[in-house]
Design a protein around this ligand. Structure first.
Ligand code: DGJ
Length: 752
């Protein structure tokens, strides 16, 4: 059984340093022990109803970890030591701390009632344990994205707590996965009181670690530099990341990890936390006065408020927690397995994605039917399987200054109409994909002329433009219905098999023309729920369409989006060398099967660097492979390499998509090279990729140790034709020889 509940009665002697008295008291508590594969997580509902955190880490066989609770140690004695309740509140490790009752560390929960009071005190009242995993439902709006598991795969504990003063009930939901080191958490609030309550803050999880001896890992960046991994030792006080932009953002990804100081890819402890959410988030580690660490993660409370009327429900998104006792690499592989098996859905979940050619970097806005057909013609001859028509096919859009919201075909550009174009592409044996930016509205659009009130805005304030566009108010169902209706017409008009859903600006003047004043601060979250609603309709009505998310590159590369789209455009930076860092950072939490990666033209449009075509291919292969160039105009030598590249991708994609990823090199630490491997789950084959960033005179060949193989098996190397044991390949290594800057090689290993 993976979740166990015990009633425990313990005797403690109450240490009172003032009197030295040894008074004995008994404490009855409920101890909950969750086991997920090799992980144990324990918490206790004390007699007082406080929920204490007991343990999180490597699997422990012992049934009873209640000795870890420091009851009896002054001042951890809520039952008998009322005079020190304040100290108890500020020092006890808690599961879901509230604001205003003596715990001055970062709270998980805060309200404001009709009297303007913000303190609250959630205490245990009941619990239930059951097999499987519940959905997270925000009534009347949408089911939130979340990992899923059936009755044989996971078990769930729901602990119901109540704040007597306000009548708010908080159900803390924990799910432990049987075969993965994963525990998920979320919170459901119900207003059981008689008066409305404002929810000012509702984190999805909180944990109090008993130590501060960890490094803090985050994935940060900016446009074209997303999810660059950063690692630094925890220090006293608060360190954290967030988004206030209305999306998960280029700047910070909703992922953090705490790892032991000695942790590397292969050893040490790692705790990873990822929020399954695509809007404003908050994630923080706080080292407190006694050198303990509190971690919290959830929707960003900044500028957030949610009015909960009596009887209403609020569902907080899911936080995923992964524990690894075998380093950061193992933590990543657990996230990858979880997301590939229990988050990503749809027909392409376990399928190779079509090799696409996207016309964005090839033509930008300067294309028409003939140009697209000429690209498709050449591409089809080279083995490319799908043409994606990017931005510029609708309204009267010839640059980024118009037409968003006018989702009808720009007939003078798409001459002959969309169906004609799609049919022509299909005749070449290729699929057809199309770009939308459904959340946006251009001031220069028919939609804006008709419905200026549909843009997010504060009446009487100037509206800030970004890329000459505004954001639609997706909290308004009428807006969602209208946009989705237009998209449907397009999708029903031709054989469209792929959609790129883009989002190219962040939110400003966050106000809605339809929400009442006391619900305006809900807009940040209602916007995200509205986006989920439309994605939900789209994936339900068009299960055959492959959806790829995108946000000005990779500003919404998050687990929320993966629930709808099995792949996400990783970054607008398509330079192979820049991508080493971006893809390395992304792989810390997200699987290769989800990373949109294309071979693009040189000099690279973002950084101006020229790299060999082969290297661009090797780097793009670690994702959903495709091309982003004018295939009719690139150098002939490069073009001639495409058929072989396509075959190589087809050959290795099953392994890359489903295998275990091992990071070997680290461009963050060594500018000279990077390397990684994918190993089949049954260890029968492996693919090794090496990229030399800069050549060095005496670095003609490097000895590199492989990872993840079966030490006792023999493997045939595609580079040398020689056979070596897994043990030799992993302990002694292979000699890798490439020459020149930005060069690369791939080597496959087959078990014989
Ligand atoms: C941003 C995306 O990341 C690009 O790939 C492209 O689709 C442009 N938007 C189009 O406007």
């Amino acid at each position: 059984m993976s979740i166990k509940e015990q009633s425990i009665k313990k005797e403690y002697s109450q240490y009172r340093w003032q009197t030295n008295s040894d008074e004995i008291f008994t404490e009855e508590m409920k101890l909950f022990t969750l086991n997920a594969k090799d992980t144990t997580y324990a918490l206790a509902a004390l007699e007082s109803g406080h929920l204490a955190h007991v343990y999180y880490g490597k699997h422990i066989e012992d049934d009873d970890l209640s000795y870890l609770i420091r009851l009896g140690e002054n001042p951890y004695t809520p039952k008998v030591n009322k005079r020190d309740m304040g100290t108890f509140m500020d020092t006890t490790p808690f599961e879901y701390p509230c604001h205003g009752i003596g715990d001055y560390r970062e709270p998980c929960f805060m309200i404001m009632d009709e009297d303007g009071m913000s303190s609250c005190d959630l205490r245990y009242v009941s619990h239930k344990i059951y097999k499987g995993k519940p959905q997270i439902v925000q009534p009347d709006i949408v089911t939130l994205p979340a990992t899923f598991a059936d009755e044989n795969e996971a078990e769930t504990l729901e602990i119901t707590c109540v704040d007597k003063h306000s009548g708010i009930e908080a159900v803390l939901i924990y799910t432990a996965f049987n075969d993965l080191d994963v525990i998920t958490r979320s919170v459901r609030l119900v207003n059981k009181g008689e008066r409305a309550v404002n929810i000012r803050r509702v984190m999805s999880m909180g944990i109090d670690f008993d130590s501060d001896q960890y490094d803090f890992i985050t994935l940060n960046g900016s446009w074209a530099r997303e999810r660059i991994m950063e690692r630094s030792p925890l220090h006293h006080g608060k360190q954290g990341i967030d988004s206030v932009k209305g999306e998960s953002s280029h700047q910070n990804n909703p992922f953090i990890a705490l790892v032991s100081h000695n942790a590397d890819e292969d050893m040490g402890e790692a705790y990873g936390f990822n929020l399954v959410y695509s809007g404003n988030f908050f994630a923080q580690a706080e080292v407190t006065q006694h050198k303990k660490t509190r971690v919290v993660m959830g929707i960003n409370h900044f500028d957030f408020n949610w009015l909960l009327e009596p009887g209403e429900v609020f569902a907080a998104p899911e936080a995923v927690m992964v524990y690894s006792s075998q380093g950061i690499g193992n933590m990543s592989r657990t996230f990858h397995d979880l997301y590939r098996q229990h988050l990503i859905r749809g027909e392409y979940k376990d399928k190779r994605r079509p090799i696409l050619i996207n016309n964005w970097e090839a033509t930008y806005f300067n294309f028409d039917t003939d140009k697209l057909i000429s690209i498709a013609k050449q591409a089809s001859e080279l083995g490319i399987e799908m043409l994606v028509m990017d931005d510029g096919w609708f309204g009267h859009r010839d640059s980024d200054n118009s037409s968003l919201g006018d989702w009808f075909v720009y007939e003078s550009k798409i001459k002959g109409g969309l169906k004609y174009l799609v049919d022509e592409v299909n005749k070449l044996g290729m699929k057809f994909g199309i770009w939308f930016e459904p959340e946006m509205i251009s001031p220069d659009s028919e939609l804006f002329k008709k419905h200026p009130e549909w843009a997010i805005q504060i009446q009487g304030m100037d509206m800030t433009q970004s890329r000459e566009q505004y954001v639609l108010d997706y909290s308004n169902k009428e807006v969602r219905d209208c946009i989705y209706g237009m998209m449907k017409k397009i999708l029903d008009s031709a054989n469209i098999e792929y959609i790129k859903w883009d989002m190219n600006r962040q939110l400003t003047e966050v106000g809605s023309t339809t929400l009442p004043a006391n619900r305006q601060r809900e807009l940040w979250h209602r916007y995200v729920l509205g986006v989920y609603d439309v994605m939900n309709r789209l994936t339900t009505d068009y299960p055959h369409i492959l959806l790829e998310n995108c946000s000005g590159g990779g500003a919404r590369f998050d687990a929320g989006m993966l629930y709808y789209s099995p792949q996400i455009w990783t970054s607008d930076d398509t330079d192979a060398i820049e991508r080493l860092k971006i893809q390395h950072g992304t792989s810390i939490c997200y699987p290769a099967s989800a990373m949109g990666a294309h071979v693009s033209d040189c000099p690279n449009h973002t950084v101006g660097r020229s790299t060999p075509f082969a290297t661009r291919g090797h780097v793009a292969m670690v994702g959903t492979f495709g091309y982003e160039l004018d295939v009719t105009r690139i150098p002939e030598n490069d073009r001639n390499m495409i058929p072989a590249q396509v075959e190589e991708f087809k050959k290795y994609n099953p392994l890359i998509r489903t295998g275990d990823q091992y990071r070997i090199g680290n461009v963050f630490e060594d500018n000279m090279w990077d390397a990684w491997m994918f190993v089949a789950k049954d260890k029968s084959e492996a693919l090794f990729t090496f990229v030399q960033v800069l050549g060095r005179p005496n670095y003609r060949s490097r000895r590199i140790k492989l990872k993840g193989l079966d030490p006792d098996a023999k493997y045939l190397s595609s580079a040398t034709g020689e056979v070596h044991s897994g043990s030799a390949l992993m302990n002694a290594g292979i000699n890798v020889s490439v020459h020149g800057d930005f060069t690369s090689t791939i080597i496959s290993f087959t078990r014989i």
